[in-house]
Design a protein around this ligand. Sequence first.
Ligand code: SF4
Length: 347
Amino acid sequence: MVDRAAPEFRDFVELYERAPLLELGRLADAMRWRLHPENVVSYIIDRNINYTNVCVADCKFCAFYRRPKHLEGYLLSFEEIGRKIEELKALGGVQILMQGGHNPYIPFEWYLDLLRYIKRHHPIHIHAFSPSEVDFFAGRFGMSIEQVLRELMTAGLDSIPGGGGEILVQEVRDRVAKRKAGADRWLEVMEIAHRLGLRTSVTMMYGLGESSADRIEHLFRVKEVQAKGGGFTAFICWPLQPEHTELEHLGKTDAVTYLRTQAIARIVLDNVPNIQASWVTMGMKVGQVALRFGANDFGSLMMEENVVSAAGTANRTTLTEMQRLIADAGYVPKKRRQDYTLLPEAA
Ligand code: SF4
């Protein structure tokens, strides 16, 4: 439990709300240099593969999903997924980020067969199935979280993305994502995954009408889980993309809120090694500035992105442009592996 009355908690809320923007940036930047003394900004070449858009969770902020039986609902075949991986490999990609809706028509064997198929025919690092999906599998197939994870790992799962974290405060989730893993459950999946040896990323999507204290609580809870297992490799935050969703009335938050939020995350999460800038939602220029507000990673070249673009936000780049953006911001761009280690120059 996070004690919101504790002086440390109140200090962080105050810092987040009141510190001048550049002061917040300076503190985050100092933490970034303490953790990453080299003048390097990493990036990865990977591809989002959304294996299905059929979902029964009905999150109010989601423009991507379709209800069962909707004409636009889809489930990718193994061959289609294999083709996407080969296209990615041709560009030097090293990982797929595979997530999907909570599709009630898919049996557990399908997921296991898919992982085995990929490892056998298109071997690549598989970063897949967010805690919300893992929780959905456990409920649907009558298994424990640990059983689900063990079976997925045996079939080929390499690491877990931090999708579906949104704001890890139950009252907020009850308003916008009632049918999805709750805050405790989401963190429990991550804790078990770390115990089993899986590395994971962790995210925060803000702008759901939550308070500053809710955002700080989210960060405190992440820090607490990290202190136990140490399995979070990176934190990524981005604002709600409200277009075409039930939360359209909330509007988009601005770049300053993004920079403040990422900066406070860098300061609070001193035990999470990497912070990824979200240029996909914020655009390239804010992405560059984010490198002075705590981020040491520019995320993914992102060959394919379906979720944010469904909500009307479409930022794209090329490898050359990505390298130039990092260099123009004053850093040496370096391609990395899925575990954030840097690849040799020629790779
Ligand atoms: S965010 Fe994920 S779980 Fe929620 S409705 Fe969209 S696809 Fe389903």
